[in-house]
Design a protein around this ligand. Structure first.
Ligand code: NAD
Length: 372
């Protein structure tokens, strides 16, 4: 089968779905690989690099001739309509937002596998692009906080006196939050963190940060994910977390609940209690924001506190974000390939979990309702 990698067209996207290093694995599985000229440019993968790895470079459109298309962002609806009928597409699909794309994929009888929906079971860990990209975002969030803060992160003992370390608070200790903690710790900050999942406490402590215990009854969700908490819970949580926010130099927020708007954790009033020069880095800005004042892709200054709102943060480190992403995509692709051809097994929980469209139908009930 022919695998095609188009250049990403969504504004600001710098990643690429396949990097040269991963091409040989696809060739070994009996696939042919076609990469649109310039597709890897923003991730510093040149046409020459892809050619050397055994891929063929295509000038112009790669969609119409591919059996399998690998993307980072969902195809635009018009691009989806150019697919070969019955093609397979693997990438992020933002299935509850990109309804026109999903309709186009369905009408093209395409099989669309959405990486967001790969089940979080140990067998599928190597395909978990949400985790690999969250790791990139969490690392970047800590660096942004360190860079924007008008203070040192580490403790300094100098002849001119001792400078205490910065205090960093991380709210949400999933994949991104844990990486933000680890990075802030490496830079020498004193870190405390909170998450509604009790299981996060041990992971936070193992990174040398303090876990904040709140006197709150939390409800755990399914599949290792957080559940959406009640309005009353969130009100109490804000009350209890307020003093920690006020005492911090930098607050990094990463709290999310799959398929739901991000919980509001840091209000304007809480920001107003922070010291001038403090920083809030909100990785959840795009999904509604953990901080009331954050705007995705913008830096807002409110009473001398900087609020940095993330927008496609993994794309800000396109080289390693693409490398990890490409491995996730290749692992999912090779999972469905036998002897160079696609074999879908709809008894396989990985395939049924992430397959959004197939043979002219939307296969996920919740998405079907949105589309129709
Ligand atoms: P996520 O991005 O959906 O959410 C980030 C964090 O926000 C989560 O830890 C969540 O508990 C937390 N959160 C939600 N509401 C909150 C609130 N009101 N206050 C504070 N925190 C809140 O989650 P994620 O990082 O993708 O993953 C979460 C967990 O899932 C992981 O830590 C891990 O335990 C599990 N996981 C399992 C697998 C696997 O088995 N393959 C893979 C990845 C993650």
């Amino acid at each position: 089968a022919k695998v095609g990698v188009p250049a990403e067209t969504r504004s600001g996207e710098r990643r690429v779905a396949l990097v040269p290093e991963v091409v040989p694995r696809l060739l070994d599985a009996g696939l042919e690989v076609y990469v649109q000229s310039g597709a890897g440019r923003h991730a510093y993968a040149s046409d020459e690099d892809y050619r050397a790895a055994g891929a063929k470079i295509v000038d112009g459109d790669v969609l119409a001739d591919s059996d399998i298309v690998l993307t980072v962002q969902p195809l635009e609806p018009a691009a989806a309509r150019r697919l070969r009928p019955g093609a397979t597409v693997i990438g992020f699909l933002a299935p509850s937002l990109e309804l026109d794309t999903i309709r186009a994929l369905r009408d093209r009888e395409a099989t669309a596998l959405a990486l967001e929906l790969v089940p979080r079971i140990s067998r599928a860990q190597a395909m978990d692009a949400l985790s690999s990209q969250a790791l990139v975002a969490g690392y970047r969030a800590a660096l942004v906080a360190a860079e924007r803060l008008p203070k040192f992160f580490p403790l300094f003992m100098t002849a001119a006196g001792t400078v205490p370390p910065a205090k960093v608070l991380v709210l949400g200790a999933g994949v991104a939050g844990l990486q933000a903690i680890a990075t802030a710790r490496r830079l020498g900050a004193v870190v405390e963190a909170y998450d509604v999942r009790a299981a996060a406490a041990e992971e936070v402590r193992s990174l040398g940060a303090r876990f904040i215990e709140l006197e709150l009854e939390t409800q755990d969700g399914a599949g290792g994910y957080a559940k959406e908490q009640s309005a009353e819970f969130l009100r109490r949580q804000r009350e209890l977390i307020g003093q920690h926010v006020a005492a911090s130099d930098a607050v990094i927020t990463t709290a999310a609940v799959p398929g739901r708007p991000a919980p509001l954790l840091v209000t304007t009033e809480m920001v107003e209690r922070m010291r001038p020069g403090s920083v809030v880095v909100d990785l959840a800005a795009e999904s509604g924001g953990n901080c009331e004042l954050s705007r995705p892709g913008e830096e807002v200054v409110h009473r001398d506190v900087l609020i940095w709102g993330g927008r496609n943060v993994p794309s800000q480190l396109p080289v390693h974000a693409s490398q990890l992403y490409a491995k996730n995509v290749a692992n999912l692709l090779l999972h469905i390939i036998r002897d160079g051809e696609i074999r879908f097994d709809f008894d396989d929980e990985i395939v049924t979990g992430c397959c959004v469209t197939h043979a002219g139908e939307v296969r996920q009930e919740s998405i079907r309702q949105l589309v129709e």
